[in-house]
Design a protein around this ligand. Structure first.
Ligand code: CMP
Length: 144
């Protein structure tokens, strides 16, 4: 089914100048960019986004890191977009992510793993509403 998914380039990726490379990979794959913005994340947004990890020992570090410097947030749309994005990102731990994936090619440690993508249709809906209350744009391709 045609889906929308929430994706963000984390502070490490933005600081390393990897936004273009990462967006380019998704665009080349055929996914459609329907919303995008650079965001300085508040503690409130970080805690809401990572609510499911609240009890984890690394929760404090996670919130600290994601609020440390801007992230590039986007909504991507396409057939099976949620699973396709996750496959393209690779495993959460870049040390285990396959070469050819974003984390496999560009990441090194689990804390700074370059990119985040929604892990299910439920997460995608929740994260899109949380990060883009203004919604996505609707447009058609009219050029070759
Ligand atoms: P993400 O997909 O953004 O969702 C939760 C994040 O927690 C995950 O990527 C990792 O960056 C981070 N994470 C998972 N395990 C650890 C860990 N052991 N130490 C620090 N961060 C972690």
């Amino acid at each position: 089914a045609r889906e929308q998914t929430f994706v963000m380039v984390k502070p490490d990726g933005v600081q390393r100048g990897l936004v273009g490379e990462i967006v380019a990979r998704f665009e080349r794959k055929g996914l459609k960019l329907v919303a995008a913005k650079l965001v300085q994340v508040s503690k409130e947004l970080a805690e809401a986004h990572y609510a499911e990890h609240r009890e984890r020992p690394f929760f404090g570090e996670l919130v600290q890191f994601i609020t440390s410097s801007p992230v590039f947030a986007m909504i991507l749309e396409g057939e099976n977009a949620i699973a396709v994005v996750r496959a393209m990102m690779g495993k959460t731990n870049p040390a285990e992510a396959a070469p050819g994936t974003i984390r496999g090619d560009l990441g090194l440690t689990i804390g700074m793993n370059v990119v985040h993508g929604s892990d299910s249709p439920e997460s995608a809906k929740r994260e899109i509403e949380l990060w883009f209350p203004e919604g996505a744009l609707t447009y058609e391709r009219t050029v070759d």
